[in-house]
Design a protein around this ligand. Structure first.
Ligand code: NAP
Length: 242
């Protein structure tokens, strides 16, 4: 029987690296994305070229009805199987100082992270509880741990995700489902492409941005059997920041 891992926002960046890594770990990967089908197909092709298996499952993580429809259709075509790993990775940033922050930038950032967590987890969790086995990894941020100026919306969203991680971990631990959060610092992806890397590097003790593959390696460990006793934790991967 296949082991399935659903990664939201897996068409690019950290999500794609996690998808490739979990494929190497033996999972059939379900690649979620919102708009960028071409990037999602490239991720799928890279996984298949390396001998792995991957499926595409597009939906907007803020659209509860679309998620329910997509995951119900997935359940129908995978009878007797369930998703045993969920990585809530999809996220956006719309930075700005609070005094100038647009209402939409507040709501969109909060919705993508918090509703993304709610809708996807709410559907996938029941299969994990029935199977008495599962791994949920939420991609938060060092910004949600320490707060960063210009990111009141993003820090609030990522801090909310940490609260949800801790609460849910206590609800489901007895059913052998672990729930952890990974908090990256600056990682080189499209999301950080517009930042002044040379200047920001000076604020990072390790003196460099992290790589998506480094985050993926941590997620891989948290999804492994060896991590069965780690739950409700926030693990920073930030080159010493925070
Ligand atoms: N990069 C960093 O420095 C950093 C640091 C800390 C935390 N993080 C967090 O790590 C996660 C991944 O970041 P990244 O840097 O890899 O971002 P990225 O390169 O911008 O990629 C974002 C991914 O999320 C998807 N996505 C965005 N909104 C979505 C929605 N509403 N529904 C479904 N998918 C959606 C995108 O899909 P499309 O391709 O279809 O647009 C894409 O696959 C985010 O949660 C981010 O907050 C990143």
């Amino acid at each position: 029987m296949n082991k399935y891992a659903l990664i939201t926002g897996a068409s690019r960046g950290i999500g794609r690296a996690i998808a490739e890594r979990l494929s190497q770990d033996g999972y059939t990967v379900i690649i979620n994305y919102k708009n960028n089908k071409q990037a999602a197909l490239q991720c799928q092709q890279a996984i298949e070229a390396a001998g792995g298996q991957a499926e595409l499952l597009p939906f907007d993580v803020t659209d509860g009805a679309a998620i329910e429809a997509a995951l119900t259709a997935w359940d129908a075509t995978h009878e007797g199987e369930h998703i045993s790993v969920l990585v809530n990775n999809a996220g956006i940033r719309r930075d700005g100082l609070m005094v100038f922050m647009d209402e939409n930038d507040w709501h969109e950032v909060l919705r993508t992270t918090t509703e993304g967590f709610y809708y996807t987890t709410h559907h996938v969790l029941s299969g994990m509880l029935r199977a008495r086995q599962g791994r949920i990894v939420n991609i938060t941020s060092i910004s949600g741990v320490s707060g960063l100026p210009g990111q009141a919306n993003y820090s609030a969203a990522k801090a909310a995700l940490i609260g949800a991680t801790k609460a849910l971990s206590k609800e489901v631990a007895a059913r052998k489902v672990t729930v952890n959060a990974v908090a990256p610092g600056f990682i080189a992806t499209d999301m950080t492409a517009d930042l002044d890397e040379a200047e920001l590097k000076k604020t990072i003790p390790a003196g460099r941005f992290g790589k998506p593959e480094e985050v993926a390696a941590l997620v891989s460990f948290l999804c492994s059997d060896e991590a069965a006793y780690i739950t409700g934790q926030v693990i920073a991967i930030a080159g010493g920041m925070g």
